[in-house]
Design a protein around this ligand. Structure first.
Ligand code: ADP
Length: 404
């Protein structure tokens, strides 16, 4: 066996960098790590090499460039640095690809300029993603860099689902349409779900419920996404940890005119202080459930609002797809919370949906069915793996002959 078989995956968020180094032979993790609170109080880096001891660094980390240089130092210390001949490329999660990027893309100067042009659509994320790419390039200019876009999987959504019903010229002038996010996860999970059913991707219609801190639903017909719940930004759709999801847009005017809030204050309110957190003071579903069980009315209501919205989307997506083969839960809440899954599906036998309580309660890290034997539509849990999906897409682009 020869050639470079490793891929470094970098996920540069607004104040964090997560990374994984994978060997694509057998999909082994060689190192994982996280830099958090970049540019804030008490930043830290945690690095864990496979089979080795976890290392932690606490020092001033002013920005993403410095964070990535520290990551490179840690990888170097394990002989896994960006100069290593075994590294085939770096895969970067890029949040917004607008309409320009519908596939994983090898980074060139033109690609960087286009990601830059899309900054107004993702003002917190795209700049961090760009710094990640530029720093990795500076550390090893010969190493191929691949941008994998959160929006790309949703590029197949038909125009009637992607357009908002507003003045068309205004929408076009400001690139306003529904783009969708979490695409890497929806792509990976819908494919794994088809495999779980033992069917070809092209044959199955799947509803994916990605329920993490951020949450989104998608309808995938024969491997192509046809509808998703997030829109121009990740604010639309389901109730999330701290985001409101859908609301009447007039709430924004009302808060500005009557509440005296500025646009930035409303932005923060809806993105950071709403959702479960806004309703009951906790954004972690475990805490919401604990409090609800102890009889806290606000927590119970928060859970009910969350589930009600989820069920509305589920019903809507059955109508969008017409025929559904599987409903699939993924991400932190979807993979771990049996009560959320049970409440989301309860009483939907009319749609062919049911959950077997024993299967639902069983804990596992593997893709699994939680519907009863007789169910017409499969209900499944499929753990997402966005890093593996980014690495797979990156490797296919930089090393097509080996990944085939
Ligand atoms: P992110 O959107 O940040 O990637 P994750 O997909 O990792 O988030 O999901 C994180 C969320 O998963 C946490 O906020 C927590 O609410 C939820 N979670 C994790 N474990 C459980 C559990 N056992 N029960 C309910 N919720 C859980």
């Amino acid at each position: 066996m020869s050639g470079a078989t490793r891929v470094l995956v970098l996920n540069s968020g607004s104040s964090s960098v997560k990374y994984q180094l994978l060997d694509m032979r057998g999909h082994r993790r060689l190192a994982t790590g996280l830099v958090e609170r970049i540019g804030e109080e008490a930043p830290r880096l945690v690095h864990t090499p496979a089979g080795g001891r976890r290392r932690e660094r606490r020092e001033r980390i002013a920005g993403h460039e410095q964070a990535l240089r520290l990551v490179a130092e840690e990888l170097d210390a394990d002989g896994l640095g960006l100069g290593s001949a075994e590294l085939a490329g770096v895969g970067h999660r890029v949040v917004h690809g607008g309409r320009s990027f519908t596939e994983p893309t090898l980074v060139t100067d033109e690609v960087l300029a286009e990601i830059e042009r899309l900054v107004p659509l993702a003002p917190l994320h795209n700049p961090a993603n760009l710094t990640g790419i530029r720093t990795a390039l500076a550390l090893n200019p010969r190493l191929p860099q691949v941008a994998v876009f959160d929006t790309a999987f949703h590029a197949t959504i038909p125009e009637h689902a992607a357009r908002y019903a507003i003045d068309a010229a205004t929408a076009d002038a400001h690139l306003i349409r529904r783009y969708g996010f979490h695409g890497t996860s929806h792509a990976y999970v819908s494919r794994r779900a088809a495999a779980l059913l033992g069917r070809e991707v092209a044959e199955v219609n799947v509803i994916v419920l990605h329920l993490g801190n951020g949450a989104s639903a998608s309808a995938v017909a024969g491997g192509r996404c046809v509808e998703t719940s997030m829109g121009l930004t990740p604010l639309e759709g389901l109730v999330m940890g701290t985001r409101s999801g859908d609301l009447d847009p007039a709430v924004v005017f009302h808060l500005a005119r009557r509440g005296g809030l500025t646009v930035d204050e409303i932005d923060t309110l809806l993105n950071k202080r709403s959702g479960l957190l806004g309703l009951c003071g906790a954004n972690d579903m475990r805490e919401v459930l604990d409090r609800a069980e102890r009889g806290e009315a606000a927590a119970r209501l928060a859970f009910d609002v969350y589930i009600h919205r989820l069920r509305k989307y589920l019903g809507a997506y059955v109508a969008v797809l017409g025929r559904v083969d599987a409903v699939v839960f993924t991400a932190g809440v979807g993979e771990n919370s049996a009560p959320v899954r049970a409440a989301a599906i309860e009483g939907l036998e009319v749609l062919g949906l049911a959950v077997d309580p024993g299967r639902n309660a069983a804990r596992s890290g593997e893709p699994r069915l939680i519907s009863p034997e007789y169910a017409r539509v499969a209900v499944a849990v499929v753990p997402t793996d966005e890093e593996l999906e980014i690495a797979t897409q990156t490797y296919a682009l930089v090393s097509p002959e080996q990944s085939a």
